[in-house]
Ligand binder design. Structure first.
Ligand SMILES: [Zn+2]
Length: 281
């Protein structure tokens, strides 16, 4: 939509572990710069609250240090909840995340859209699509321009397969996928080779256009899974997720945008990803 990148940017999901004041996202951005990383994701996993002076200071420090921000909405969002009031509050949480993200200067936000609750995936799709259209309209009225990126989710009980996200991106203007390749692997138990990764990127390019590859929001971590999908995020070296070939594929397809690492060791793996990526030619 609005972002223009000339490369892949590597950063952490939340404030780096090594930040002296770990509960301070402003310090987090400074730490990202010190570590030689490029971006940071604001994690609103347990609620979207931020004082206005914090968001404006974040916007400022992110601009000054040239560390762009992304964001992740709360976990308790379910646009397919049984009760209408829970759907309504999920919509409000997404809008609240967008408002605060916008105040911080973030241009891309991700969230887990819904659970299937044993419903037909087609019905869930319709419901999610409807809510996202409502959200988009309300954000337009508030004059907030932000990419809504439902995340490729790790569990088979969660809405958010690759195909669903591609369809949503086609039907909702401000919607693009947040490609969590570790989740894709956990969810499907395939997509872990160079060719698989190229396949995904080819699908994105074919269905959504080349410019989407130049404006990516990606998550990478180590991961463990069972037949129902992801169990736990791991550090990359403790997992068999084939991150090296993923980075090779991203390079070969000339992808640009955000790569957010959500391994438990955050910046250690983010740095490892960045260093490996830069060693490729
Ligand atoms: Zn997530």
């Amino acid at each position: 939509m609005q972002s223009s990148f000339n490369r892949l940017l590597f950063g952490t999901a939340g404030v780096p572990n090594s930040t002296p004041k770990r509960n301070n996202p402003i310090e987090g951005v400074r730490q990202i710069a010190k570590l030689g990383l490029d971006c940071m994701q604001l994690e609103f996993a347990h609620g979207v609250r931020m004082k206005e002076e914090v968001s404006s200071a974040l916007r400022k420090v992110s601009y000054e240090l040239q560390i762009p921000l992304t964001s992740h909405g709360p976990y308790y969002i379910n646009l397919n909840a049984r009760e209408q009031d829970k759907i309504d509050s999920s919509v409000e949480r997404i809008i609240q995340t967008a408002k605060i993200s916008d105040m911080c200067g973030a241009e891309s936000m991700t969230f887990h859209a819904a659970f299937y609750m044993k419903d037909s995936p087609y019905d869930v799709f319709d419901l999610v699509e409807k809510s996202l259209n409502v959200i988009e309209e309300r954000l337009n009225r508030l004059d907030i321009e932000i990419e809504l990126r439902p995340e490729l989710t790790g569990k088979t009980s969660q809405f958010g397969s690759l195909e669903e996200l591609i369809s949503l991106a086609k039907s909702v203007n401000s919607c693009l996928p947040c490609l969590d390749f570790s989740h894709l692997y956990a969810r499907t138990n395939c997509y872990n080779s160079y060719d698989d990764f190229c396949n995904v990127l080819g699908q994105i390019k074919g269905e959504l256009g080349k410019n989407v590859l130049e404006n990516m929001h990606i998550h990478i971590s180590g991961i463990s899974s069972n037949s129902k999908g992801d169990l736990k995020h791991l550090n990359l070296n403790d997992s068999d997720f084939n991150w090296r070939d993923l980075l090779r594929a991203l390079k070969d397809w000339n992808c640009k945008g955000y790569v957010i690492c959500n391994s438990p060791n955050l910046e250690v793996d983010a740095k490892m990803l960045k260093d490996y990526y830069e060693s490729l030619n």
